[in-house]
Design a protein around this ligand. Structure first.
Ligand code: ZN
Length: 336
Protein backbone atom coordinates (compact mmCIF):
# COMPACT_ATOMS: atom_id res chain seq x y z
CA UNK A 1 0.00 0.00 0.00
CA UNK A 2 1.26 3.47 -0.87
CA UNK A 3 2.44 5.54 2.11
CA UNK A 4 0.90 8.65 0.54
CA UNK A 5 -2.85 9.06 0.59
CA UNK A 6 -4.34 9.08 -2.90
CA UNK A 7 -6.33 12.16 -3.88
CA UNK A 8 -10.06 11.50 -3.74
CA UNK A 9 -11.50 11.93 -7.25
CA UNK A 10 -13.80 14.91 -7.62
CA UNK A 11 -17.34 13.83 -8.61
CA UNK A 12 -17.28 16.27 -11.52
CA UNK A 13 -13.91 14.97 -12.74
CA UNK A 14 -14.27 12.66 -15.74
CA UNK A 15 -10.63 12.12 -16.72
CA UNK A 16 -10.23 9.03 -14.60
CA UNK A 17 -13.56 7.39 -15.24
CA UNK A 18 -13.93 3.77 -16.25
CA UNK A 19 -16.57 1.08 -16.60
CA UNK A 20 -16.43 -2.63 -15.87
CA UNK A 21 -17.26 -5.08 -18.65
CA UNK A 22 -18.02 -8.77 -18.16
CA UNK A 23 -18.83 -11.37 -20.82
CA UNK A 24 -20.22 -14.51 -19.17
CA UNK A 25 -19.96 -17.69 -21.25
CA UNK A 26 -20.84 -21.31 -20.58
CA UNK A 27 -17.21 -22.23 -19.87
CA UNK A 28 -15.49 -18.98 -18.92
CA UNK A 29 -15.96 -15.31 -18.07
CA UNK A 30 -13.96 -12.46 -19.58
CA UNK A 31 -13.84 -9.30 -17.51
CA UNK A 32 -12.17 -5.94 -18.09
CA UNK A 33 -11.81 -2.43 -16.76
CA UNK A 34 -12.43 -0.20 -19.78
CA UNK A 35 -11.76 3.49 -20.32
CA UNK A 36 -13.94 5.89 -22.28
CA UNK A 37 -12.14 5.18 -25.56
CA UNK A 38 -13.13 1.50 -25.09
CA UNK A 39 -9.53 0.55 -24.34
CA UNK A 40 -9.17 -2.12 -21.64
CA UNK A 41 -6.83 -1.01 -18.85
CA UNK A 42 -7.03 -4.31 -16.93
CA UNK A 43 -8.54 -7.70 -17.67
CA UNK A 44 -9.39 -10.94 -15.95
CA UNK A 45 -10.52 -14.42 -17.03
CA UNK A 46 -12.10 -16.99 -14.73
CA UNK A 47 -13.90 -20.30 -15.34
CA UNK A 48 -17.70 -20.36 -15.10
CA UNK A 49 -18.63 -22.78 -12.29
CA UNK A 50 -21.58 -24.14 -14.25
CA UNK A 51 -21.37 -27.61 -12.67
CA UNK A 52 -21.88 -26.07 -9.23
CA UNK A 53 -25.30 -24.76 -10.17
CA UNK A 54 -27.05 -21.51 -11.11
CA UNK A 55 -26.40 -19.70 -7.82
CA UNK A 56 -22.66 -20.41 -7.93
CA UNK A 57 -22.49 -18.69 -11.31
CA UNK A 58 -24.20 -15.59 -9.92
CA UNK A 59 -21.82 -15.64 -6.91
CA UNK A 60 -18.81 -15.80 -9.23
CA UNK A 61 -20.09 -12.92 -11.39
CA UNK A 62 -20.50 -10.76 -8.27
CA UNK A 63 -17.00 -11.75 -7.08
CA UNK A 64 -15.43 -10.89 -10.43
CA UNK A 65 -17.18 -7.49 -10.51
CA UNK A 66 -15.93 -6.71 -7.01
CA UNK A 67 -12.38 -7.77 -7.95
CA UNK A 68 -12.44 -5.58 -11.07
CA UNK A 69 -13.91 -2.67 -9.12
CA UNK A 70 -11.27 -2.92 -6.38
CA UNK A 71 -8.51 -3.12 -8.98
CA UNK A 72 -9.85 -0.05 -10.77
CA UNK A 73 -10.09 1.89 -7.54
CA UNK A 74 -6.53 0.91 -6.63
CA UNK A 75 -5.46 2.53 -9.91
CA UNK A 76 -7.28 5.71 -8.91
CA UNK A 77 -10.12 5.17 -11.37
CA UNK A 78 -13.74 5.99 -10.64
CA UNK A 79 -16.09 3.20 -11.72
CA UNK A 80 -19.15 4.68 -13.43
CA UNK A 81 -21.12 1.58 -14.37
CA UNK A 82 -20.82 -2.15 -15.03
CA UNK A 83 -21.96 -3.93 -18.19
CA UNK A 84 -22.65 -7.66 -17.89
CA UNK A 85 -23.59 -9.78 -20.92
CA UNK A 86 -24.86 -13.35 -20.76
CA UNK A 87 -26.22 -16.01 -23.13
CA UNK A 88 -29.89 -16.96 -23.35
CA UNK A 89 -33.05 -14.92 -23.73
CA UNK A 90 -32.18 -11.58 -22.17
CA UNK A 91 -34.49 -8.60 -21.76
CA UNK A 92 -31.91 -5.81 -21.72
CA UNK A 93 -34.44 -3.09 -21.00
CA UNK A 94 -35.75 -4.79 -17.85
CA UNK A 95 -32.40 -6.19 -16.74
CA UNK A 96 -33.78 -9.74 -16.65
CA UNK A 97 -32.61 -13.08 -17.94
CA UNK A 98 -35.80 -14.80 -19.08
CA UNK A 99 -34.06 -18.07 -19.82
CA UNK A 100 -30.47 -19.27 -19.96
CA UNK A 101 -30.59 -23.04 -20.38
CA UNK A 102 -26.79 -23.34 -20.29
CA UNK A 103 -26.49 -21.63 -16.92
CA UNK A 104 -29.74 -22.91 -15.38
CA UNK A 105 -31.40 -19.49 -14.95
CA UNK A 106 -35.07 -18.77 -15.43
CA UNK A 107 -36.66 -15.32 -15.05
CA UNK A 108 -33.79 -13.93 -13.02
CA UNK A 109 -33.59 -10.18 -12.28
CA UNK A 110 -29.83 -10.37 -12.67
CA UNK A 111 -29.12 -6.64 -13.00
CA UNK A 112 -30.84 -5.93 -9.65
CA UNK A 113 -29.22 -8.92 -7.92
CA UNK A 114 -25.74 -7.83 -9.01
CA UNK A 115 -26.38 -4.17 -8.17
CA UNK A 116 -27.43 -5.16 -4.64
CA UNK A 117 -24.42 -7.39 -4.16
CA UNK A 118 -21.76 -5.08 -5.57
CA UNK A 119 -23.11 -1.57 -5.03
CA UNK A 120 -22.53 -0.94 -8.75
CA UNK A 121 -25.04 0.26 -11.32
CA UNK A 122 -25.38 -2.69 -13.71
CA UNK A 123 -26.50 -2.74 -17.35
CA UNK A 124 -27.46 -6.27 -18.43
CA UNK A 125 -27.23 -7.42 -22.03
CA UNK A 126 -27.08 -10.43 -24.33
CA UNK A 127 -23.65 -11.77 -25.26
CA UNK A 128 -24.22 -12.09 -29.00
CA UNK A 129 -26.11 -8.78 -29.34
CA UNK A 130 -23.24 -7.16 -27.43
CA UNK A 131 -20.75 -8.77 -29.82
CA UNK A 132 -22.83 -7.53 -32.74
CA UNK A 133 -22.91 -4.02 -31.30
CA UNK A 134 -19.11 -4.08 -30.99
CA UNK A 135 -18.65 -5.36 -34.55
CA UNK A 136 -21.08 -2.66 -35.77
CA UNK A 137 -19.33 0.10 -33.86
CA UNK A 138 -15.69 -0.79 -34.36
CA UNK A 139 -15.39 -4.06 -36.27
CA UNK A 140 -16.33 -5.76 -39.52
CA UNK A 141 -19.87 -4.35 -39.73
CA UNK A 142 -18.78 -0.76 -39.22
CA UNK A 143 -20.25 1.69 -41.70
CA UNK A 144 -23.48 -0.13 -42.51
CA UNK A 145 -26.98 0.41 -41.13
CA UNK A 146 -28.12 -3.14 -41.91
CA UNK A 147 -26.06 -6.00 -40.60
CA UNK A 148 -26.30 -9.48 -39.21
CA UNK A 149 -23.67 -10.80 -36.81
CA UNK A 150 -23.70 -14.58 -36.44
CA UNK A 151 -21.82 -16.26 -33.59
CA UNK A 152 -21.17 -19.93 -34.34
CA UNK A 153 -19.88 -21.78 -31.32
CA UNK A 154 -21.59 -24.25 -28.99
CA UNK A 155 -24.79 -22.92 -30.52
CA UNK A 156 -25.67 -20.46 -33.25
CA UNK A 157 -27.14 -17.04 -32.46
CA UNK A 158 -27.38 -13.76 -34.29
CA UNK A 159 -27.60 -10.04 -33.67
CA UNK A 160 -29.54 -7.88 -36.10
CA UNK A 161 -29.15 -4.23 -36.89
CA UNK A 162 -31.92 -2.96 -39.18
CA UNK A 163 -31.89 0.62 -40.46
CA UNK A 164 -29.35 1.46 -37.78
CA UNK A 165 -31.39 0.06 -34.90
CA UNK A 166 -30.37 -3.04 -32.94
CA UNK A 167 -33.37 -5.37 -32.94
CA UNK A 168 -34.10 -6.89 -29.52
CA UNK A 169 -37.83 -7.61 -29.37
CA UNK A 170 -37.86 -8.23 -25.63
CA UNK A 171 -34.85 -10.54 -25.93
CA UNK A 172 -36.42 -13.00 -28.37
CA UNK A 173 -34.97 -11.72 -31.66
CA UNK A 174 -31.99 -13.23 -33.42
CA UNK A 175 -32.42 -16.96 -32.78
CA UNK A 176 -31.04 -17.90 -36.18
CA UNK A 177 -29.73 -21.20 -34.78
CA UNK A 178 -33.29 -22.43 -34.36
CA UNK A 179 -34.43 -21.96 -37.94
CA UNK A 180 -35.36 -25.45 -39.10
CA UNK A 181 -33.07 -26.59 -41.92
CA UNK A 182 -34.02 -30.30 -41.85
CA UNK A 183 -37.49 -31.22 -40.56
CA UNK A 184 -36.38 -34.87 -40.29
CA UNK A 185 -33.13 -33.90 -38.56
CA UNK A 186 -31.71 -34.38 -35.09
CA UNK A 187 -33.42 -33.28 -31.87
CA UNK A 188 -32.35 -29.81 -30.75
CA UNK A 189 -31.74 -28.66 -27.16
CA UNK A 190 -34.58 -26.15 -27.68
CA UNK A 191 -37.12 -28.96 -27.99
CA UNK A 192 -37.37 -28.63 -31.76
CA UNK A 193 -35.97 -30.84 -34.50
CA UNK A 194 -33.50 -30.20 -37.30
CA UNK A 195 -32.57 -26.68 -36.19
CA UNK A 196 -29.60 -24.99 -37.90
CA UNK A 197 -27.46 -25.39 -34.80
CA UNK A 198 -27.90 -29.18 -34.80
CA UNK A 199 -25.97 -29.20 -38.10
CA UNK A 200 -23.79 -26.12 -38.25
CA UNK A 201 -22.69 -25.16 -34.73
CA UNK A 202 -19.02 -25.83 -33.99
CA UNK A 203 -20.15 -28.51 -31.50
CA UNK A 204 -22.42 -30.17 -34.07
CA UNK A 205 -19.60 -30.26 -36.64
CA UNK A 206 -17.29 -31.97 -34.12
CA UNK A 207 -19.98 -34.42 -32.99
CA UNK A 208 -21.06 -35.13 -36.57
CA UNK A 209 -17.50 -35.92 -37.61
CA UNK A 210 -16.63 -38.01 -34.55
CA UNK A 211 -19.77 -40.12 -35.01
CA UNK A 212 -18.51 -41.23 -38.44
CA UNK A 213 -14.72 -41.06 -38.38
CA UNK A 214 -12.21 -43.45 -36.77
CA UNK A 215 -9.83 -40.68 -35.58
CA UNK A 216 -11.78 -38.19 -33.41
CA UNK A 217 -11.18 -34.42 -33.38
CA UNK A 218 -11.56 -31.96 -30.50
CA UNK A 219 -12.39 -28.82 -32.50
CA UNK A 220 -14.31 -27.76 -35.60
CA UNK A 221 -11.21 -26.21 -37.18
CA UNK A 222 -9.65 -29.69 -37.25
CA UNK A 223 -12.62 -30.90 -39.27
CA UNK A 224 -12.03 -27.99 -41.66
CA UNK A 225 -8.33 -28.91 -41.90
CA UNK A 226 -9.17 -32.54 -42.69
CA UNK A 227 -11.75 -31.45 -45.28
CA UNK A 228 -9.07 -29.32 -46.93
CA UNK A 229 -6.79 -32.39 -46.93
CA UNK A 230 -9.42 -34.46 -48.71
CA UNK A 231 -10.80 -36.54 -45.81
CA UNK A 232 -14.17 -37.61 -47.31
CA UNK A 233 -15.99 -37.75 -43.96
CA UNK A 234 -14.76 -34.27 -43.05
CA UNK A 235 -15.83 -33.03 -46.51
CA UNK A 236 -19.31 -34.41 -46.02
CA UNK A 237 -19.78 -32.97 -42.52
CA UNK A 238 -18.31 -29.59 -43.52
CA UNK A 239 -20.44 -29.33 -46.68
CA UNK A 240 -23.56 -30.15 -44.71
CA UNK A 241 -22.76 -27.38 -42.20
CA UNK A 242 -22.01 -24.93 -45.01
CA UNK A 243 -25.26 -25.79 -46.79
CA UNK A 244 -27.30 -25.37 -43.61
CA UNK A 245 -25.67 -22.02 -42.84
CA UNK A 246 -26.29 -20.82 -46.37
CA UNK A 247 -29.92 -21.87 -46.07
CA UNK A 248 -30.30 -19.95 -42.80
CA UNK A 249 -28.58 -16.89 -44.24
CA UNK A 250 -30.76 -17.03 -47.36
CA UNK A 251 -33.81 -16.79 -45.08
CA UNK A 252 -32.21 -13.86 -43.28
CA UNK A 253 -31.40 -12.17 -46.60
CA UNK A 254 -34.99 -12.60 -47.74
CA UNK A 255 -36.57 -11.31 -44.56
CA UNK A 256 -34.10 -8.65 -43.38
CA UNK A 257 -31.75 -7.91 -46.29
CA UNK A 258 -28.56 -7.25 -44.31
CA UNK A 259 -25.83 -5.53 -46.34
CA UNK A 260 -23.12 -7.20 -44.28
CA UNK A 261 -23.15 -10.60 -42.63
CA UNK A 262 -20.35 -11.06 -40.10
CA UNK A 263 -19.44 -14.59 -39.01
CA UNK A 264 -17.76 -15.05 -35.64
CA UNK A 265 -17.24 -17.77 -33.04
CA UNK A 266 -15.23 -20.98 -33.20
CA UNK A 267 -16.39 -22.09 -36.64
CA UNK A 268 -15.28 -18.80 -38.23
CA UNK A 269 -11.71 -19.63 -37.23
CA UNK A 270 -11.69 -21.93 -40.25
CA UNK A 271 -11.41 -18.68 -42.26
CA UNK A 272 -11.76 -18.94 -46.06
CA UNK A 273 -12.86 -22.58 -45.96
CA UNK A 274 -16.00 -21.37 -44.21
CA UNK A 275 -16.47 -17.93 -45.77
CA UNK A 276 -15.68 -18.80 -49.38
CA UNK A 277 -17.88 -21.89 -49.36
CA UNK A 278 -20.80 -20.21 -47.59
CA UNK A 279 -20.53 -17.30 -50.05
CA UNK A 280 -20.90 -19.67 -53.00
CA UNK A 281 -23.67 -21.72 -51.37
CA UNK A 282 -25.58 -18.56 -50.44
CA UNK A 283 -25.30 -17.07 -53.92
CA UNK A 284 -26.79 -20.28 -55.34
CA UNK A 285 -29.83 -19.86 -53.11
CA UNK A 286 -30.61 -16.21 -53.81
CA UNK A 287 -32.64 -15.07 -56.81
CA UNK A 288 -33.84 -11.47 -56.52
CA UNK A 289 -32.53 -10.80 -53.00
CA UNK A 290 -29.65 -8.44 -52.39
CA UNK A 291 -26.63 -10.63 -51.59
CA UNK A 292 -24.82 -9.47 -48.45
CA UNK A 293 -21.08 -9.02 -48.12
CA UNK A 294 -19.93 -11.99 -46.08
CA UNK A 295 -17.14 -11.11 -43.66
CA UNK A 296 -15.22 -12.67 -40.82
CA UNK A 297 -15.60 -11.00 -37.41
CA UNK A 298 -12.81 -8.53 -36.66
CA UNK A 299 -12.84 -8.43 -32.85
CA UNK A 300 -12.55 -12.15 -32.10
CA UNK A 301 -13.46 -13.25 -28.59
CA UNK A 302 -13.17 -9.68 -27.28
CA UNK A 303 -16.38 -8.58 -29.02
CA UNK A 304 -18.73 -9.50 -26.15
CA UNK A 305 -16.74 -7.61 -23.52
CA UNK A 306 -16.36 -4.56 -25.78
CA UNK A 307 -20.12 -4.63 -26.35
CA UNK A 308 -20.65 -4.86 -22.58
CA UNK A 309 -18.44 -1.79 -22.14
CA UNK A 310 -20.38 0.12 -24.83
CA UNK A 311 -23.62 -0.67 -22.97
CA UNK A 312 -22.13 0.37 -19.62
CA UNK A 313 -20.91 3.71 -20.99
CA UNK A 314 -24.25 4.31 -22.70
CA UNK A 315 -26.02 3.69 -19.40
CA UNK A 316 -23.65 6.22 -17.82
CA UNK A 317 -24.64 8.75 -20.49
CA UNK A 318 -21.31 8.66 -22.34
CA UNK A 319 -20.80 8.08 -26.09
CA UNK A 320 -17.76 5.83 -25.86
CA UNK A 321 -18.12 4.66 -29.47
CA UNK A 322 -17.73 8.25 -30.65
CA UNK A 323 -14.67 8.68 -28.42
CA UNK A 324 -13.13 5.42 -29.66
CA UNK A 325 -13.75 6.32 -33.31
CA UNK A 326 -12.40 9.83 -32.98
CA UNK A 327 -9.00 8.46 -32.21
CA UNK A 328 -8.83 7.67 -28.55
CA UNK A 329 -5.23 6.59 -28.13
CA UNK A 330 -5.07 3.07 -26.71
CA UNK A 331 -3.99 2.93 -23.11
CA UNK A 332 -4.56 6.63 -22.47
CA UNK A 333 -7.67 8.20 -21.05
CA UNK A 334 -8.95 11.18 -22.92
CA UNK A 335 -8.78 14.56 -21.24
CA UNK A 336 -11.62 17.00 -21.31
ZN1 ZN B 1 -33.52 -25.52 -31.78
Amino acid sequence: MSPNPRPVPDETETRQDCVLALDVGGTGMKGAVVDRTLTPVASLRVPTPRAQGPDAVVDTIADVLRTLRDGAQDQGLRVRHAGVVVPGIVDDARGRVLRAANLGWRDLALADVLARRTGLAVALGHDVRAGGAAESALGAARGTRNSLFVAIGTGVAAALVCDGVAVTSGGYAGELGHLVVDPQGADCACGGRGCLETVASASAVVAGYNALAPRPVTGAVEVADRARDGDPVAEEVWDRAVGALAQGLASAATLLAPEKVVLGGGLAEAGPLLLDRVRVALAERLTFQRGPDLLRAALGDRAGAIGAAIAAWRAAGVDAVGAARSGGSPGRVRQR
